[in-house]
Design a binder for this molecule. Structure first.
Ligand code: C5P
Length: 467
């Protein structure tokens, strides 16, 4: 057997050997003997490979992108019920080609297990500041240094407070204090905790210190009867925010997106019209979110009391027929989103002059004719059909079932269905509750602001176009 002395080994291997020997109470030489014996017992090089976990050696398991090739995300999972969403976040980040490692705080371990997070990440999960396998090699410093971005999701009120105060009494806070990478926080807590002065003070401090935030969103809390601002952003939104933070965030960059918004006004005569209660808030929010994601956006808007969204080309129209013409002129587009509440009918015999009332004059008879269906027209086009055609379904009953039928009849790819019964306050309001209907099925989205619906939709679109 060729003679190999421990001194001839490289520094890293020596360090790992000393560590392993110390842990096992053996001399380094004895440890080498043990390893070789084990190696002989178990075929191949498996045992040598297991000398240290891959992450400790700075390499990723075979068959997957290495940290050298992929952007490295360190995900800190705090202790909150939203931690269950962090498992999906790992998946979403990996789908985007990120190399993901996780730290689970002690409180986080009450909600998800290291095993679950580790299985999805495909990497060992870190939990302890004083982990002998890592602290010997200044583990938290390495973790801090070896990350392009650190994401804290859920970022609890407690974690935010510790971070604002510069604490470092566990692995998560030590890494956060030691890292020079960008840090993104996805807060999640009870609405009263979020609005508490202390949390808002910490938020202002952290924003001032350069931390980035995504959410929290408005909506129902896990605790029965609780709702408000405090829900963790959805995994797709967090993944999109990570991309933005790393300069990859222009997820719709190079894409042309067409959006319709608002009501249409169908003239009865030059001064009167038929309209509906649409405010245009949802369509305008989608146009703004798509523009923020780097898309070239053309918004065809009916009459609304909203400013034109920044960075968006807005075309103002009145009637359904004007809207269709403007939409057709705006083609080609990669994505078309039809959020407008287009009037189904117009007056067939709209007067050229103001219709007069008066003694002896008959009450005018308004004959209605059907308007063109803009969504269906574009979805059924043989040429220049956008790759993704998305409609809305404003329903007052059987929301999901009607939306499914509409998906087929309109020929579109996705439908965002919502219940516009007056009791929901959706029509004209700031909140929306969507059932996301695709050929695959119906996915209920949480109640959230129209801006958050827009962000989620943009994240889904970017995802679909990427695939
Ligand atoms: O048929 P319904 O009005 O429920 O369909 C709603 C969807 O169809 C929305 O996306 C809306 O913008 C679109 N639509 C349209 N043109 C119409 C009627 C509806 O583009 N004339």
């Amino acid at each position: 057997m060729a003679s190999l002395t421990v001194r001839q080994l490289d520094e890293r291997l020596k360090k790992l050997l000393r560590l392993r020997a110390a842990r096992n109470g053996r001399s380094v030489e004895d440890e080498v003997r043990t390893i070789l014996r084990e190696a002989a017992d178990q075929a191949g090089t498996e045992v040598l490979e297991n000398l240290a976990p891959p992450s400790a050696r700075g390499i990723a398991p075979r068959g997957r992108s290495t940290p050298a090739e992929a952007m490295r995300v360190l995900l800190i999972i705090g202790g909150g019920i939203a931690a269950y969403k962090s498992l999906d976040l790992i998946r979403r980040l990996k789908e985007r080609g990120f190399y993901v490692r996780c730290i689970l705080t002690k409180a986080g371990e009450n909600f998800v297990t290291p095993l679950a997070a580790g299985a999805i990440a495909g990497e060992r999960v870190f939990t302890d500041l004083f982990d002998p396998a890592h602290e010997f090699d200044v583990g938290h410093i390495r973790l801090a240094r070896e990350s392009d971005v650190v994401v804290v999701a859920p970022a609890t009120a407690d974690l935010m407070a510790k971070l604002a105060g510069g604490h470092a009494n566990d692995l998560a806070t030590a890494v956060l204090l030691a890292t020079t990478a960008k840090v993104l926080l996805a807060p999640a807590m009870n609405p009263r905790m979020w609005s508490n002065k202390a949390t808002q003070r910490n938020l202002a401090q952290l924003v001032g210190d350069g931390f980035a935030f995504v959410g929290p969103n408005e909506g129902e809390m896990a605790e029965a009867g609780e709702s408000g601002k405090g829900r963790m952003a959805e995994p797709l939104e967090i993944a999109a925010a990570v991309e933005t933070l790393l300069g990859r965030g222009q997820s719709l960059s190079g894409k042309r997106v067409l959006v319709t918004s608002g009501p249409t006004h169908e003239p009865i005569d030059p001064v009167r019209y038929i309209a509906n209660r649409s405010s245009g808030k949802q369509g305008h929010a989608i146009a703004a979110a798509a523009a923020a994601a780097g898309a070239q956006v053309i918004l065809v808007s009916g009459p609304v009391n909203l400013p034109d969204p920044p960075g968006v080309t807005t075309v103002h129209v009145e009637s359904a027929r004007n809207m269709l013409a403007a939409v057709e002129r705006a083609l080609p587009a990669d994505v078309a989103i039809f959020a407008a509440a287009v009037a189904d009918w117009r007056v067939a015999n709209a007067g050229e002059h103001k219709i007069k009332k008066g003694k002896g004059r008959a009450t005018p008879d308004l004959t209605l004719v059907e308007n063109p269906d803009i969504l269906s027209t574009i979805a059924h086009r043989k040429s220049q059909r956008p790759a993704l055609v998305i409609g809305f379904a404003a329903e007052t009953e059987n929301v999901a079932a009607n939306a499914k039928a509409k998906l087929a009849s309109k020929g579109c790819d996705w439908i965002l269905a919502n219940d516009v019964s007056p009791r929901t306050g959706i029509m004209g309001g700031d909140m929306n509750t969507i059932e996301f209907v695709t050929a695959k099925g119906v996915e209920p989205w949480p109640p959230q602001s129209k801006e958050d619906v827009a962000s989620m939709l943009v994240a889904r679109i970017a995802d679909a176009l990427r695939q």
